[in-house]
Design a protein around this ligand. Structure first.
Ligand code: RB5
Length: 149
């Protein structure tokens, strides 16, 4: 898969290890910044990453900020993006399987590098269930985006 990775200054310190790990799993990584610890604004990088997914260039995304929360709030402003802020492996797996999440967010100030890589593994290795109530519920999310619900 082609995975887009974005972060802000509060996520930049672990991003290289995350990228190396994703590549070691056989995936391609497209970076959208930031690249330094200079203070910056997470919505800019969340938007850049989400556009790569919505254009079809990338299949899934990983966004890192201090908490993961700002990135997830920003990413979920985009129709078609289902971003989950996770700090446990179970949620990172289930958000792919049940919510068809296409963006994983986490916080460098919340998780250590070991847990960060486990979150990435759980998210990238899982597959959307694509059946039954999960289909219905993800379709209802689309209805919300389209103002039908
Ligand atoms: C930056 O200080 C911090 O607010 C940001 O990285 C993120 O945690 C916001 O949700």
């Amino acid at each position: 898969m082609k995975i887009v990775l974005g972060c802000d200054h509060a996520g930049v310190e672990i991003k290289d290890a995350v990228i190396a790990h994703i590549k070691s799993k056989g995936h391609e990584v497209v970076e959208v910044g930031t690249y330094t610890t200079d203070s910056c604004h997470y919505p800019i990088y969340a938007a850049a990453a989400c556009k790569k997914i919505l254009s079809g260039e990338c299949e899934l995304g990983v966004l890192i900020c201090g908490t993961g929360i700002g990135m997830s709030i920003a990413a979920n402003k985009f129709d078609g993006i289902r971003a989950a802020c996770c700090s446990d492996v179970f949620s990172a797996r289930l958000t792919r399987e049940h919510n068809d999440a296409n963006v994983l967010c986490f916080g460098q100030r919340v998780v250590g590098i070991g847990l960060a890589l486990d979150l990435v593994d759980a998210f990238l290795d899982a597959e959307y269930a694509n059946s039954g109530n999960h289909l219905t519920r993800v379709a209802l999310l689309k209805d919300i985006e389209e103002g039908k619900l």
